[in-house]
Design a protein around this ligand. Structure first.
Ligand code: HEM
Length: 435
């Protein structure tokens, strides 16, 4: 790969990004990186990466560079094979997220047809139903919270039908933004409705090991347990659909006689697709709801105009991306924006920083759905570009207006707390009053 010579900067380590302050708000660190050009070399040999890519064009090019590969199992083995003792890491390594070449293309092709624009459009009535059901549950949770928070006199007043509707706080994340994407992936894959509430805690435990920083090891045991339970569940589901196929993705996968896949590969991809489609979209909905609740004028515009809703969602993805980074290694010598990247280099690709690149987005730290400056890089680019991009935007397009219409007086009811993760970044809870 060749390109115009661009001076890269250098920083010592990722310490400032991985500090409590950096995790709470990584954007000042990103701004510091942008002042050094589109790429920085890391000088501290103890750092897990050699190069950080953060400029918009450089990130786009790096994700499309055939010499830069995801962190495959074979690459990890070069540093020792003990990681293979962990089921969650083996499952990830067997999935399309962490494979390259023919193995990746084949796995992706098997799943891709389920994510075509036509198949996603066909899911719309199911998403409408899922959202309506979760709105009912949110109303019921609010009712329950209000009853249990009232004094005896207030409760008596309410039951006589004269109470005001101040409302006790409920958690919008737990009741709405978390279950909807989980139910939608369940629907897509063909997980029976009765089993769907079983998934969120396990899929979240599995996803906790995906973040950056030494602290992720403390989640390893829980992730392995979750991986074991999810693997057993999907093995049973594959067997059930093989015996009795339905109109769902799992059935299509196990009955594809012209394109047979082994169960370990299918299970790895089902599990990681569930994970990839779940908490990411939760945070699109949660971060989007928070931004709308802070801005009544924007809320009115979004409700009045579907085109504005699309621009709003795109700006949420730019400004508050649920995934801030991807990781790669150089399988051959290459260069990024003029910076040589020798074979074997470990590369941190900062999608979150690319979205705040001032050479691409005017006033990048301002939230502005009217900016019309092209798409952010929140779904990645190149051969690993997100398979669920269309689906997750459809979920946001249905869920947010439905929420605002059902509860016109929806308001924040407390501090949502700090966000501390860079992968699957969003709030732990979002307290709201629905009336
Ligand atoms: C707002 C929501 C979402 C965001 C921000 C997001 C983000 C991403 C990103 C950044 C990648 C590329 C990772 C890399 O290059 O290393 C990716 C890949 C992927 N995503 Fe998403 N995603 C979202 C929703 C979904 C949904 C709803 C699904 C499926 C139900 C999904 C399934 C996948 C899959 C299967 C891949 C792997 C593709 C491959 O490696 O070839 N994602 N996603």
């Amino acid at each position: 790969m060749t390109g115009p010579a661009v001076h890269s900067g250098s920083i010592s380590s990722l310490g400032p990004l991985l500090s409590r302050e950096g995790r709470r708000d990584p954007n000042p660190f990103y701004a510091q990186l942008h002042r050094q050009g589109p790429v920085c070399v890391l000088t501290d040999p103890a750092t897990r990466f050699d190069v950080v890519v953060h400029g918009y064009d450089a990130v786009h090019a790096a994700l499309r560079d055939p010499a830069l590969h995801v962190i495959t199992g074979e690459y990890r083995d070069q540093g020792g094979t003990r990681w293979r003792e962990h089921l969650s890491l083996r499952v990830l390594a067997d999935s399309m997220f962490l494979t390259e070449g023919e193995r990746h293309t084949t796995a992706r092709r098997r799943f891709a047809h389920a994510f075509s624009a036509r198949r996603v459009a066909a899911l719309e009535p199911a998403v409408d139903r899922i959202v309506a059901r979760r709105l009912d549950r949110l109303a019921a949770a609010a009712e329950l919270a209000e009853r249990s928070s009232g004094t005896a006199a207030e409760l008596a007043e309410r039951s006589s039908g004269t109470a005001g509707a101040g409302g006790a706080p409920v958690d919008l994340l737990a009741e709405f933004a978390l279950p909807i994407p989980s139910d939608v992936v369940g629907e897509l894959l063909g997980v029976p409705e009765a089993d769907r509430d079983w998934f969120p805690p396990r899929v979240r435990a599995f996803g906790a090991i995906l973040d950056l920083g030494a602290g992720v090891w403390r989640h390893q045991k829980a992730a392995d347990t979750a991986a074991a339970e999810l693997t057993a569940y999907f093995a049973d589901l594959l067997a059930a659909r093989r015996a009795d196929p339905r109109d769902d993705l799992v059935s299509a996968l196990v009955t594809a006689e012209d394109d047979p896949a082994d169960d370990a590969e299918l299970i790895a991809n089902l599990l990681t697709t569930y994970n990839g489609g779940f908490v990411t979209t939760t945070h699109l909905v949660g971060n989007g709801a928070r931004l709308l609740l802070d801005d009544p004028a924007e809320k009115a515009r979004v409700l009045a105009d579907p085109a504005r809703l699309d621009d709003f969602l795109q700006e949420v993805l730019r400004y508050e991306p649920p995934v801030h980074f991807g990781t790669r290694f150089a399988a051959a010598d290459t260069e990024i924006a003029g910076t040589p990247v020798p074979e074997g280099s470990r590369v941190l690709v900062l999608l979150g920083a690319a979205n705040r690149d001032p050479s691409r987005f005017t006033d990048p730290d301002t939230f502005d759905p009217g900016r019309a400056e092209g798409p952010p890089l929140s779904f990645g680019a190149g051969v690993h570009y997100c398979l669920g991009a269309v689906l997750s935007k459809m979920e946001g397009r249905i869920a947010l207006p439905a929420l605002l219409r059902r509860f016109p007086d929806l308001a924040l009811a407390g501090d949502p707390g700090e966000r501390t993760t860079l992968m699957l970044r969003g709030y732990e809870s979002l307290p709201v009053r629905v009336s």
